[in-house]
Design a protein around this ligand. Structure first.
Ligand code: PLP
Length: 357
């Protein structure tokens, strides 16, 4: 046969996620940690991997890792579930709580993966847009949830790409506004030092998402996890692929957990550099910087400047940032990941030169 019948009609309008990841000297587009894991962790990882039996299937639930995370969070193994990156768990959320006839509350502009997963699973998306300054429209979100028809909602804190956090008071109101499952995506919480995870047993509709990809330097490894009450975790276990978290990744994440302290100084350096970079960018003519509690800054360029062209000129000089200039609600915006001190200084200098023409 030289033809094939069409795929699921739901795919028709779906655009595959494109990270726009182009090799460059300075990679500051994907909110990765500018440094790989510390050498002592790498040494321990290699020793651990040498002891692995590659011919055997991994522990499907990665229980050793679940225990290490549970201990760090003051929770139990039954409150934790690992995934192949946070992205897999976001997909599992749409599978378990979405589907035809079900509704997800989304708060754009935010991480585009949420909406894609909803479309893929036939879930209706109910958007409650952020305000003009990208802060949450708290009243509108609470009002919408109180109608009682939302099955799950995702609130990202700090939000990607805008950088703002949802206040604890607001999240508590959200959790009480309905019985919808509320995912708080805390992919960047190590940089905001705020988390709501300790409440997962008190609030059965609370689900927290975390990842090793950002603060813990493991974007290349694919490891994320959720924290929730055991009843919610059980539903995720039903939809997950049994062996999605491989033995090598489990070994690596376990050594990172055992050596978490070695990452703390680096995280604090990124937080300090975030303030330096924000100040330097805000001092440039035609650049507005949004306040950020994460490891990136969203900047909006003056409407007289073509942000897409600036993005290309930065790339020509070796700096890959994220271009959001054609994304809904983010017109003329770029997102810049906080890098090492010299990378940040170089970026500011390059942008200054480009803007001065
Ligand atoms: C990076 C990110 C994740 C998870 O990324 P993984 O690499 O799949 O773990 C989840 N949510 C947001 C908002 C992110 O930016």
């Amino acid at each position: 046969m030289n033809k094939v019948r069409s795929s699921n009609p739901r795919l028709e309008s779906l655009v595959p996620y494109d990270p726009k990841y182009i090799p460059a000297d300075v990679m500051i587009s994907a909110n990765e940690n500018p440094q790989s894991v510390p050498q002592p962790v790498l040494d321990a990882v290699i020793a651990r991997i040498q002891g692995l039996k590659f011919n055997r299937y991994p522990d499907p639930l990665a229980n050793e890792l679940r225990d290490a995370i549970a201990q760090a969070e003051g929770l139990a193994r039954e409150n934790v579930l690992m995934g192949n990156g946070g992205d897999e768990l976001l997909f599992n959320l749409a599978l378990a709580w979405g589907g035809p006839g079900r509704k997800m509350l989304n708060v754009p502009p935010t991480f585009s993966v949420y909406k894609n997963n909803a479309q893929l699973t036939g879930t209706e998306v109910v958007d409650v847009p952020r305000k003009e300054d990208y802060t949450l429209d708290e009243e509108a979100i609470l009002d919408r949830l109180s109608q009682g028809d939302i099955d799950f909602a995702i609130i990202t804190s700090p939000n990607n790409p805008t950088g703002d956090v949802a206040s604890r008071d607001f999240l508590l109101k959200v959790l009480d506004a309905s019985d919808a499952l509320i995912m708080v995506d805390e992919a960047y919480c190590e940089f905001s030092k705020e988390t709501i995870a300790s409440l997962v047993n008190e609030h059965k509709n609370l689900l927290v998402l975390r990842t090793f990809s950002k603060a813990y330097s493991l974007a290349g490894v694919r490891m994320g996890y959720i924290l929730a009450c055991p009843e919610v975790i059980t539903e995720f276990v039903k939809v997950r692929q049994p062996y999605s978290v491989d033995a090598v990744s489990q070994a690596i994440a376990l050594e990172v957990m055992r050596n978490k302290d070695l990452f703390q100084l680096r995280i604090d350096q990124i937080i300090a550099q975030r303030a330096v970079l924000a100040g330097a960018l805000a001092a440039l003519e035609g650049v507005s910087v949004y306040p950020s509690r994460a490891n990136y800054l969203l900047v909006k360029l003056d409407s007289k400047i073509d942000a897409g062209a600036v993005w290309q000129q930065l790339l020509d000089r070796g700096y890959l940032v994220r271009d959001f200039s054609r994304s809904a609600g983010l017109e003329n915006c770029l997102r810049i990941t906080v890098g090492l001190e010299n990378e940040n200084a170089g970026l500011v200098q390059a942008l200054d030169q480009i803007l001065k023409g």
